[in-house]
Design a protein around this ligand. Structure first.
Ligand code: EPZ
Length: 418
């Protein structure tokens, strides 16, 4: 497995441009299945998870071509509705095609995505919602099989504002002779981007981002062109890295409104965040920084996907910080790795108590999942000495050209490929 080696003690300086959002791209790629016409997606990040979704669509019969950061998807010859088990298990988000296949073809078969490093990741909210939409959904031998049964007007309230369930239900409801309301829907910007994409295709959806989504069914959708929003978690990762390393950087291609919770927590530690017109911001960490308490919440609260990175940062500043991870039941896999770098962290269930120190020390650590890997980069850059991050492939799932971006900020980083 490959390693990412980072020479620590660097105050990051310079500019970094944020790529398109992985978590907006994946559902929008799935939504292309809802039309038989070609869709053109711009600002699509070249990530391993996006490649998996490209293969899912190709496996169903669609043609997918990449030209730089543009994807051209022609679903005209899609002639299958089953996602192979190894794909579902490889990437949970491949299950986002379930809603689109049901919405377009009235049938879908996917295997249970299974748990992962951060939690069990069940599908009960997805399946309960699909049944309320009038689909028959059966679960057997590790597979989920759904098919259209009857068109009904639906008014669904989700037990939890699940991002994936909200997206699957939107896609399953958009082509219909009936209307749908989804309450307690996820409010993430990626949901709004999906709504905008579907409405460009001819859908009639409103309320994304506000918690209640209203969908007026339409008979069909057209192929469109769309630019994916920038990746707010990648942007947050570099903001946290700048504060942690006491650096001074400009982050370009951001939507400032998507970064509210991260901005306010980075400012609470004493770092400065200055927003400029035109979608860029500056972070200065060159002051005495202190602790901050973090509780992850559904958007617009503090994003769980930035919790590991924040833990790496707060472990290296004087003071005690309390973190509560409310979204996933097992999202502290990075704690042991940070402890190997000298972090003083106690975990009790979903609560982590950090006793910050002046600085972490580089050593060999292991990335256990995507954002844990990002946390180890933050710790490696801001800590002293060399850090070797094993299983760096996890990082490539969500961070495009990570070495290049680190180099643009003055960080000495290179890859050792086994
Ligand atoms: C999306 O995952 C993101 N992935 C995750 O980002 C992100 O952490 C998560 O939303 C929460 O914001 C993509 O968008 C591709 P959920 P998703 O359904 O949709 C429970 C990253 O690093 N739940 O909102 O799978 C679930 O177990 C990834 O980019 C049920 O109980 O997340 C979890 O505890 C990691 N039953 C909570 O809800 C269900 O049917 C939130 O899950 C569905 C979810």
């Amino acid at each position: 497995m490959d390693k990412l080696v980072i020479d620590g003690g660097t105050r990051v300086r310079g500019r970094v441009r944020i790529s398109g959002s992985k978590n907006a791209t994946l559902p929008i790629m799935a939504a292309c299945l809802l039309t038989g016409k070609e869709c053109v997606l711009h600002q699509v990040p070249d990530l391993d998870d996006v490649k998996v979704m490209e293969n899912v669509l190709a496996g169903l019969g669609a043609s997918v071509k990449r030209e730089a950061s543009t994807l051209i998807i022609d679903p005209g010859s899609v002639n299958a509705w089953e996602i192979p088990e190894h794909t579902s298990r490889k990437m949970r988000a491949s299950n986002l095609v379930m809603g689109a296949l049901l919405g377009k073809f009235g049938q879908a078969k996917v295997s249970y995505p299974g748990g992962c490093a951060i939690g069990q990741r069940p599908m009960d909210i997805h399946l309960g919602g699909l049944r309320q939409l009038g689909y028959k959904v059966e679960e057997c031998y590790g597979y989920i099989e759904g098919y259209f049964s009857e068109a009904v007007d639906s008014d669904i309230t989700l037990d939890f504002p699940s991002v994936g369930a909200t997206e699957n239900l939107m896609m399953a409801a958009v082509i219909s002779s009936r209307n749908t309301v989804i309450r307690n829907a996820a409010r993430e910007p990626e949901i709004v981007d999906l709504q905008n994409f579907l409405n460009k295709m001819g859908a009639r959806i409103r309320g994304a981002g506000l918690g209640v989504i209203r969908i007026e069914g339409v008979p069909e959708l057209n192929g469109v062109e769309h630019e994916v929003i920038p990746d707010r978690i990648e942007a947050g990762t570099f903001m946290i890295m700048a504060a942690a390393s006491r650096g001074d950087i400009i982050v370009e291609n951001v939507v400032f409104e998507h970064l509210g919770a991260i901005t306010s927590k980075v400012r609470e530690t004493g770092a400065e965040v200055i927003a400029y017109n035109g979608g860029s911001l500056r972070i200065l960490g060159n002051r005495k920084l202190g602790s901050a308490d973090i509780k992850t919440m559904p958007y617009p609260g503090f994003p769980t996907d930035a919790q590991p990175q924040m833990m790496a940062f707060l472990s290296g500043v004087e003071g005690t910080s309390v973190m509560v991870e409310t979204i996933f039941e097992n999202r502290y896999m990075h704690v042991n790795e940070l402890r190997r770098m000298g972090a003083d962290i106690k975990v009790e269930g979903r609560v982590a108590i950090l006793k910050g120190k002046s600085r972490l020390r580089g050593t060999t650590v292991e990335a256990t999942d995507l954002r844990a890997g990002a946390a180890l980069i933050v710790a490696g850059v801001s800590g002293s000495g060399e850090t070797q991050i094993e299983n760096a492939f996890h990082i490539d799932r969500g961070y495009e050209k990570i070495e290049e971006k680190l180099h643009s900020l003055g960080v000495k980083a290179f890859r050792i490929r086994d």
